[in-house]
Design a protein around this ligand. Structure first.
Ligand code: GUN
Length: 290
């Protein structure tokens, strides 16, 4: 079994990006600039946003954090989005999700300028991705593709089973794995809460992308020998021995499944760090194409 080390791989990519930013600046080019909009006080969102800003600083990007109150109206939030669309110094920005329930998330995503949508969530960018046109790819699926690529894992003709059809992970991952492209060219099965006999489908998988958010959902008896596992799950479970009071748990029972897998991502330290690096790649891409 080979561990797909997202921590190490993402550090390699960050080093490469850092060198590119340095070269860009030396040539008198623009410093890439990412803005992040954070609404409210969701603990996980604050942690993610702080990590994203730290990553930007490491590679020499400029960052702007826009913290807004939980009680902000949808109209006011849309005004902030319009301001960011108009700010020529901002190469890209994200609105951290989830948003408070009184705000229509889709409406906010639709208001983001697709040319600044470094999350790759805008329908225009998802459409371009589906058509294999150059665009921003959503961070988590892009991170997984990079991991497969960096470990030279064959995907062509393989049966890839994806568990979970979320708009930010499962659905775009199914498109990327089925594209006529490497990584891709896989035969894809997208499973979800209405799928019948998921265990049988999983046992036929050469590659499993698990993105349901249910700890230990996939166990060793559900996978075949030699399977490649990409585990997106990061559920917080109570752990009194940790300073934070919790630890992260994947969708896959690592202990059991790793004994049968050829490659597997750990949680934490697998897909998560790769997701973070994708945002840097998209922001650099945006700055370069300005
Ligand atoms: N919430 C959880 N993941 C993400 C992400 O990749 N982007 C944004 N904007 N919000 C998130």
């Amino acid at each position: 079994m080979i561990l797909l080390d997202g921590k190490k791989t993402s550090q390699e990519i960050r080093n490469e990006i850092g060198l590119e930013v340095k070269a860009l600046k030396e040539k008198g080019g623009k410093t890439p600039h990412l803005a992040v909009v954070l609404v409210g006080n969701n603990g996980a969102s604050i942690t993610y946003v702080n990590a994203k800003i730290k990553d930007c600083e490491e590679v020499g990007f400029k960052t702007t954090l826009i913290k807004l109150s939980e009680t902000i109206s949808e109209k006011e939030l849309l005004e902030e989005v319009h301001k960011l669309n108009a700010d020529s110094d901002v190469d890209g920005y994200i609105v951290q999700l989830p948003l408070p329930t009184h705000v229509d998330e889709q409406k906010v995503i639709m208001a983001i300028d697709p040319l600044k949508d470094v999350d790759g969530f805008h329908p225009e960018n998802l459409g371009k991705m589906a058509l294999n046109l150059p665009t921003f790819l959503p961070a988590t699926p892009m991170g997984m593709m990079d991991l497969l690529d960096r470990y030279n894992i064959e995907t062509g003709g393989k049966h890839c089973v994806i568990v979970g059809r979320s708009h930010i992970v499962g659905l775009p991952a199914s498109i990327l794995m089925g594209r006529n492209h490497y990584p891709g060219n896989a035969t894809v099965t997208l499973t979800h809460s209405r799928t019948i006999n998921i265990e049988k489908i999983l046992r036929e998988a050469d590659i499993i992308i698990a993105a349901v958010g249910k700890p230990d959902f996939i166990t060793a008896d559900m996978v075949k020998e030699g399977v490649v596992i990409l585990d997106v799950g990061t559920t917080r479970v109570v752990d009194k021995s940790k300073k934070s009071g919790y630890r992260l748990k994947g969708d896959v029972d690592f202990e059991g499944v790793s004994k049968k897998a050829s490659y597997i991502t750990p949680v934490p330290g697998g897909v998560g760090p790769m997701t973070r690096v994708s945002l840097l790649k998209n922001t650099l891409r945006s700055a370069r194409t300005k």
